[in-house]
Ligand binder design. Structure first.
Ligand SMILES: [Cu+2]
Length: 141
């Protein structure tokens, strides 16, 4: 084997190793409220890749329309604001949690505590991850 061919093989092996590592979703849950009230969804998103991960949208048949929201306080009032995307740094973890960033299920359908619903997370690079979220009661049980 010539030295040049060996170098080419090593380079191509290096490129295949650099393939993106898939995002990891854990601890997903949705707070089901009585009636037709919008429901908040929470989860942890880990980015094992070497490049930033940009979450651009969320959908679930159980949510009707789903939006990315953040909660913030202004003048003693708590507001919710829609956000277009959320960036998780390389190797980082982002928590969607009560009082902070969350998924807003605008028109929840058949959310039954004790069951699971499938939620699709969409990323800027066109990839998607489907995760199971546990449906919990208003008190988070
Ligand atoms: Cu909200």
């Amino acid at each position: 084997m010539t030295r040049r061919l060996l170098t080419a093989l090593i380079l191509s092996a290096g490129f295949s190793v650099a393939a993106t590592a898939a995002p990891v979703v854990s601890d997903g849950w949705i707070r089901a409220l009585p009636g037709d009230n919008p429901a908040g969804g929470y989860f942890t998103l880990h980015n094992p890749d070497k490049t930033p991960l940009v979450l651009t949208g969320i959908s679930s048949p159980a949510c009707g329309t789903a939006m990315l929201h953040m909660t913030h306080e202004m003048g003693g009032m708590v507001h919710m604001m829609m956000v277009d995307n959320v960036t998780v740094p390389a190797g980082g973890t982002f928590h969607f949690a009560p009082g902070g960033y969350h998924v807003m299920c605008m028109a929840p359908k058949g959310l039954k505590p004790g069951t699971n619903v499938a939620v699709t997370l969409k990323f800027a690079d066109g990839s998607q991850v489907i995760a199971n979220f546990a449906v919990k009661t208003a008190t988070g049980n």
